[in-house]
Design a protein around this ligand. Structure first.
Ligand SMILES: [Zn+2]
Length: 171
């Protein structure tokens, strides 16, 4: 596993630079390396840190922007912070965040998106097939009806019965 030394997000070993900071990645060697878990602000941040503390996971925070104007007004620090956890506790911390709804399971969302795309595409294909097939069948039916009417006019009903039986049996 690799991590970004700037934002401390975890990355796969096959990645070379941070997708967010474009900084070179470093391999995690120390199990206690603080890694990025989630960014949050105000009460959400407090809620997440408290939930992690309940599970015995220590946290560190890294301020994203230096804006203390909100704190001056509300007495609550509303600026975004990155919540960092030791690398070895990352998975558990992630699960805790999913459990309290702070993190949505990205994998599920991706699968859902895939399903939506498929289900959107398939009916469209089917619709096109139905439109094409339908109009083709419609033209054939119209042609047969025309022949039947023409035969009725020219030969009478007996000929039509024979004509239809020929259509069906192919003789
Ligand atoms: Zn980064």
């Amino acid at each position: 596993m690799k991590y970004c030394t700037s934002c401390r997000k975890l990355h796969n070993d096959n990645e070379e630079t941070c997708t967010q900071c474009r900084k070179a990645l470093k391999t995690v060697e120390d199990e206690n390396t603080p890694v990025f878990l989630i960014s949050a602000e105000g009460f959400e941040k407090e809620r997440i840190i408290a939930a992690l503390a309940d599970e015995g996971i220590p946290t560190d925070t890294k301020r994203m922007k230096k804006d203390n104007s909100a704190k001056a007004v509300t007495g609550v620090d509303m600026s975004d912070v990155n919540i960092l956890v030791p690398y070895q506790a990352y998975e558990k911390a992630y699960d805790v965040c999913v459990g309290i709804g702070a993190i949505k399971e990205e994998n599920e969302e991706i699968i859902d998106d895939g399903e939506y795309k498929e289900s959107d595409a398939k009916p469209l294909d089917r619709q096109l097939e139905e439109i094409n097939g339908g109009s083709k069948a419609g033209r054939i039916i119209l042609a047969i009806m025309f022949l039947v009417l023409a035969a009725l006019a020219v030969f009478g009903t007996d000929a039509i019965t024979g004509f239809i039986s020929k259509l069906i049996t192919g003789n």
